[in-house]
Design a protein around this ligand. Structure first.
Ligand SMILES: N[C@@H](CCC(=O)N[C@@H](CS)C(=O)NCC(=O)O)C(=O)O
Length: 316
């Protein structure tokens, strides 16, 4: 039974994270983030950038229009996922890896994410725990009694959106069969999506994933009560850390998809922690302001699709 995302459990199925790898297809100057407004991992990295006070250029990759599969993007991130960070033509992938790099490069300026050596171990433990939650399944999978918000409502249809991606990738593998780099990226991605879909639709899977998540949240409540949070600090340290960046986006997502009543009690220590996380200016700028679905996702997607069809008509 699969209870965690492929990226957290199967390093052999996905391309290894890149750290500052020169890439001729990437912008050669400045700090650039390729991201999707509603993506959980993009939310984490945007908050990290805000927290560190880093100026960055935004490149939205519309997952709603499957832009993560466009050849120009796949040449930068062969995992076909967001986010991707580019600094002066050098590519860094994988959310945990990107946040570590940002912390190492930019934390001196304002001491953000600085934790003691003992705290660091605990911070990493809670970073990995958040990254191991199967948020993709909880977001898209059908859960009895839970009505997903717009625009997810339709996608929560027993793996239909994942099957659409598998079909699209099969077409791309055929189209790009002579470009071995693209072909390999699409084949790997198709295998990841097939494994993810299976983990959402097989009988009993979704309820097992909900139960496993509830256990993790009980651990979270325990740590909050026993650790620094109870003394005016944060999850794993006195100062705000990368563990808090991870959990802020996670709790916000679980609330948004209507899972809070199944996972933690209203008014509990988790709610108090969530409130403190969501009140941070970096969270408001990096996460909340990008969550306006109409303006940030629906309109850009319509615009992109219209332009694409106009271009196709013109070329015909
Ligand atoms: N944690 C991995 C995976 C990231 C990931 O799964 N990103 C999602 C959005 S949060 C995505 O791009 N999904 C698009 C797709 O799988 O087609 C990483 O940071 O590289």
């Amino acid at each position: 039974m699969r209870l965690k995302p492929v990226y957290a459990t199967d390093p052999n199925l996905v391309d290894a994270p890149l750290t500052e790898v020169p890439n001729q297809w990437a912008p050669q100057q400045g700090i650039h983030l390729y991201h999707f407004p509603l993506s959980l991992d993009s939310q984490k990295v945007r908050q990290g950038l805000e927290e560190l006070g880093v100026q960055w250029q935004s490149h939205p990759i519309l997952l709603s229009a499957h832009q993560q599969f466009s050849p120009s993007y796949v040449r930068i991130n062969s995992r076909c996922v967001v986010p991707t960070l580019v600094i002066d033509g050098k590519v860094t992938t994988d959310t945990i890896n990107i946040l570590d790099l940002l912390g190492a490069r930019f934390s001196n300026a304002n001491q953000s994410f600085e934790t003691s050596a003992e705290e660091k171990e605990l911070v990493n433990y809670w970073v990995d725990k958040a990254a191991g939650l199967f948020i993709e399944a909880l977001t898209y999978g059908h859960i009895d009694g839970v009505k997903k918000p717009f625009p997810l409502g339709n996608a929560s249809d027993s793996g239909r959106s994942h099957q659409d991606k598998v079909d699209l990738l099969s077409g791309l593998i055929e189209t790009y069969k002579k470009d071995l780099t693209l072909k390999a990226a699409y084949e790997k991605k198709r295998a990841v999506i097939e494994a993810t879909k299976e983990a959402m639709v097989a009988p009993g899977q979704m309820s097992a994933i909900v139960d496993a998540t509830r256990v993790e949240l009980a651990d979270l409540a325990h740590q909050l009560a026993a650790g620094q949070f109870n003394h005016g600090g944060w999850l794993a340290s006195d100062a705000f850390s990368l563990a808090d960046v991870q959990w802020g986006a996670v709790l916000y997502r679980l609330q948004w998809v209507g899972l809070q009543p199944l996972l933690w009690e209203e008014g509990s220590i988790i709610s108090a922690y969530a409130e403190k996380l969501f009140a941070k200016a970096s969270f408001q700028t990096g996460v909340v302001q990008w969550s306006r679905v109409g303006r940030k996702v629906v309109l850009p997607t319509i615009r992109y699709k219209l332009l694409k069809s106009l271009r196709l008509k013109r070329d015909a």
